[in-house]
Design a protein around this ligand. Structure first.
Ligand code: GCW
Length: 617
């Protein structure tokens, strides 16, 4: 593991840490003093402890400032004060409370040190099958997370590989306790991803949730876990998903399955986060009746009201799987009597793998708009962090982590505001350069969608790696993600006359998409199967719009390099050079997407580009 790292958006700390101490208020004072020193400021700041919540306020107080809040709120308030001072903002803030209660980061780190879908080096926590980390780096990471309000971290992959299945057993518990203590001063509690079938490997010999021996085993195991780590947040389970074991193996439903763990966890104040990424991954491509986006809703909605109060269903934002543009998962809008968490993916699995620039908040703005009024009280994000010097592989991908924390606190994505904050904190730029960089972030998502995902058509990625184009890579596989393009038609009919997926939405959302003439065009082909000659609202044909998007997207991706080059001399040289190389790779990737997707549709449709640009035979 590399020992050094960038300071990310907290440069004023210069990677210096306050001494470890249990006393929360004392720790907040130490961090405040250190931060003010780093900023070269000697303003007086008082900390007033009031209550014990997470909220805080910052008020002008004579020559200086006063921060008020509960124990945890004070620490959040201290970081926010420092961040606002460092970013040149007026520090005063009326009482602010987090919009989402659970604000979690999920690592997909394996004990081997490899990170599933990781694009920023190796794990910060594991290597060669054991816990292996630099305590200072873990504390720097915890501080970064706390500075943006994250309160929960799961260190191990939801696909629980040996020996991570033993993390909750006596042999590993002390290790888990040790690393939990590094996060604790920052108000961050650990969650552990657990293998549902674990008791089958011990005396019960089965993991059937209705078997009394299994119930007794979990109770004993959970009691022991909480003796060692009394403030453990709880467990995370990926069950009956992509071949992971789960209650279905025993003919039980997921409410029965969850109860097995939620009851003994509740006794200790623990929660159970239960992922809803359940779908048939052994589908036959010949089967046109099964539509994968319907899966999560179909598996769970009938269980509403049967989960305990300490259960949170973790639901991916899209009904497919973290695609660059999908509609909101209808499950997030259902199950009013069940705890729910929105799951986003900072790791850019399908969105350019931290080579291509993809700033996520514009996408989150779309989701949150559709989620308005839904009782989603929690939020989770798959981490984009690794042991790379700059944490995120692409330096600019740090902006996604920063904005995620801010969004989790405020409940709105405010793409431009959070992006601007991150830039101001991270680089020292004059207005023109600041605006250039912010515009690049703000444009990046749309650019990426233009060269990769025509009008809501997903899954044109290279199989397995998920980087680069392979339009029919998944076409005849078991994964349920079929395009079924022909010489006449493209897209999928998910309306009432098609797969019926649309019926899972409340009426207002159905209306947004039901009629191809009215449908939000950005998702036209997600919901409709149409001829190439279908007229878009601006008069262009569908196929012409697809060609245009791919030419435009690739050109704009290429132009990102020039825009970045205009920042030379303003951005630290090492960061500049490192990102430049990524922009060049992105430009090449975008050209591949443009040519392959255009050729793909041209070969089916035989329709020429009206503007006579090169499309290969
Ligand atoms: O998108 C898929 C990924 C898997 C991942 C899975 C999930 C952790 O390709 O790598 O497994 O989602 O979210 O569980």
């Amino acid at each position: 593991m590399r020992s050094s790292c960038s300071c990310a958006w907290l440069p004023f700390f210069n990677n210096t840490l306050s001494p470890e101490r249990e006393d929360c208020l004392g720790f907040a004072r130490d961090e405040l003093a250190l931060g003010l020193r780093g900023l070269g400021l000697s303003v007086p700041v008082s900390l007033n402890q009031t209550g014990d919540g997470e909220g805080f306020s910052i008020q002008a107080d004579g020559e200086g400032w006063s921060v008020s809040g509960g124990e945890q709120g004070l620490l959040y308030g201290v970081y926010r004060l420092l961040i606002r001072l460092s970013g040149g903002l007026d520090p005063a803030l009326p009482l602010t409370q987090p919009r989402f209660e659970l604000r979690m980061i999920n690592h997909w780190d394996n004990p081997s040190g490899l990170v599933e879908r990781g694009y920023a080096g190796h794990s910060l926590f594991f290597s060669n099958g054991v816990f292996s980390y630099l305590p200072e780096r873990v504390r720097l990471y915890a501080r970064l997370l706390c500075s943006i309000g994250i309160n929960t971290v799961c260190l191990n992959n939801v696909n629980v590989h040996t020996p991570a299945d033993r993390f909750i057993m006596p042999e590993y518990l002390p290790e888990l306790a040790k690393i939990a203590s590094l996060f604790r001063p920052f108000g961050i509690r650990l969650l552990v991803a657990v293998d549902y079938s674990l008791p089958a490997r011990f005396e019960p010999g089965t993991a059937d949730p209705l078997d009394p021996a299994v119930q007794a085993w979990w109770k004993k195991t959970i009691d022991r876990v909480y003796q060692t780590i009394p403030d453990l947040r709880g467990f995370l389970i990926k069950a009956d998903s992509e071949s992971r074991p789960g209650p279905y193996l025993y003919g039980r439903d997921h409410a029965q399955g969850a109860k097995l763990l939620s009851v003994p966890l509740a006794k200790h104040g623990g929660i159970l986060v239960w992922r809803c990424f359940v779908y048939n991954c052994k589908q036959d491509w010949r089967d046109t009746a099964t539509d994968r986006p319907k899966a999560a809703y179909s598996n769970y909605t009938h269980l509403d009201g049967r989960f305990d109060a300490n259960v949170i269903l973790q639901i991916k934002y899209g009904p497919f799987d973290f695609q660059p543009r999908e509609p909101l998962s209808p499950l997030l809008l259902a199950m009013p009597r069940t705890g729910k968490a929105l799951e986003v993916q900072l790791a850019q699995e399908y969105t350019g793998q931290q080579i291509d620039l993809y700033y996520m908040p514009p996408q989150w703005e779309e989701m949150l708009a559709d989620m308005k009024g839904a009782n989603v009280r929690h939020i989770c994000a798959v981490s984009n962090i690794g042991d790379d010097f700059n944490w995120t592989g692409h330096d600019l991908a740090q902006a996604n982590l920063y904005a995620y924390g801010r969004m989790a606190w405020e409940g709105t994505a405010c793409a431009a505001r959070f992006g601007g904050e991150w830039i101001k904190l991270t680089y020292d730029l004059a207005m023109t350069e600041h605006d250039t960089l912010l515009d690049m972030l703000m444009d990046s998502r749309e650019i990426y969608v233009q060269y990769t995902a025509p009008l809501g058509v997903c899954w044109m990625v290279t199989t397995q790696s998920h980087y680069g184009p392979q339009p029919e890579g998944y076409e005849y596989t078991a994964w349920g993600t079929y395009l079924r393009t022909t010489s006449d038609l493209l897209g999928t009919n998910r309306t009432e006359t098609g797969t019926g997926f649309i019926l899972q939405y409340p009426p207002a959302i159905q209306e947004k998409y039901a009629d191809p003439a009215e449908c939000d065009e950005r998702l036209l082909l997600f919901f409709h199967r149409l001829p190439y000659t279908f007229r878009m609202r601006d008069g262009r044909t569908l196929i012409q719009r697809i060609y245009d998007d791919h030419f435009l997207g690739a050109a704009r991706a290429g132009a990102l390099t020039d825009r970045w080059m205009s920042l030379k001399g303003h951005i630290p040289e090492a960061v500049y050079a490192h990102a430049l190389e990524r922009f060049e790779r992105q430009a090449a990737n975008a050209r591949e997407w443009r040519d392959i997707v255009n050729t793909y549709y041209f070969r089916y449709s035989r329709i020429q580009d009206e503007r006579g640009r090169v499309i290969y035979e």
